[in-house]
Write a protein that binds this ligand. Structure first.
Ligand code: FMN
Length: 232
């Protein structure tokens, strides 16, 4: 099984998104998958210029010769595509959106999903509420569950309240966060072995780390301290 994973966080392996993505990919590797991981931050990928030359002038070919040229064959070959992103204003990060838009030449030739592909979303957000992921889920489902399409949206690993995870790792809440990382790894194994990620495992990745009020109270205290230090 060939997996193409794109991490759209500017923080790459230091970010919250990688805290969930990396054990997920590890689980897939352990189960025998061949995983290729790219970081949008390291890639030079410009926005689509919308001239449609990839459809009407040079079908299937993008006129922009940047790092997208490295990814085109990888998108064609992948059995599984993993989009990983922090939520930025209720959507994917700008660089990841650029990369997604630039898949247009593959759609022209029907090459994206020429073989049936599985699509996974991995995302983290600052808000405590799961509802923050809804726009992203709508986008992914609209793109990847079309009746005339050739791809299956097979699950999402969504971690709300992600800004609390690192601090919790330093406290007695550590065990809870570790349980989430174990679930992310198990999701990777499941996907390779069973072709999907169970609802149960997806729920474990999203499960509550602390009550809503305690989370926002901790955030408020942090902001107060920052403001105080600015005044000093
Ligand atoms: C520009 C920007 C926009 C953001 N927008 C949202 C948002 O709309 N909703 C939310 O819950 N968190 C938002 N966040 C917080 C991030 O989604 C959250 O901190 C995420 O876990 C960061 O992941 P990373 O460390 O992998 O980059 C935003 C952060 C930034 C920098």
């Amino acid at each position: 099984m060939k997996v193409l994973a794109i991490n759209g966080s500017p923080h790459m392996d230091e970010g919250n998104t990688a805290i969930i993505l990396n054990p997920f990919l590890e689980g897939m590797r352990e189960a025998g998958a061949n995983v290729d991981l790219f970081y949008t931050r390291k890639l030079n990928i410009g926005p689509c210029n919308g001239d449609m030359s990839c459809w009407f002038k040079n079908p299937g070919e993008c006129g922009q010769k940047d790092d997208m040229q490295i990814l085109y064959p990888k998108f064609r070959d992948a059995d599984v595509i993993v989009y990983a992103t922090p939520v930025y204003y209720a959507g994917v990060t700008g660089p990841l959106k650029n990369l997604m838009d630039r898949q247009l030449p593959l759609h022209m030739l029907g090459e994206l999903g020429a073989k049936r592909q599985k699509i996974v979303l991995v995302s983290t957000c600052g808000a405590w509420e799961m509802s923050m992921f809804e726009p992203l889920l709508v986008q992914m489902k609209a793109l990847y569950t079309r009746s005339d399409g050739n791809s299956d949206f097979v699950g999402a690993l969504l971690r709300p309240g992600a800004d609390g995870m690192r601090e919790m790792m330093k406290t007695k809440g550590r065990g809870l966060v570790e349980g989430i990382l174990q679930a992310a790894k198990e999701a990777g194994r499941e996907l390779v072995k069973e072709g999907k990620i169970s609802e149960e495992i997806q729920k474990q990745v999203s499960r509550e780390l602390m009550p809503r009020d305690a989370y926002y109270e901790a955030a408020k205290e942090m902001f107060e301290q920052i403001k105080k230090s600015m005044k000093e």
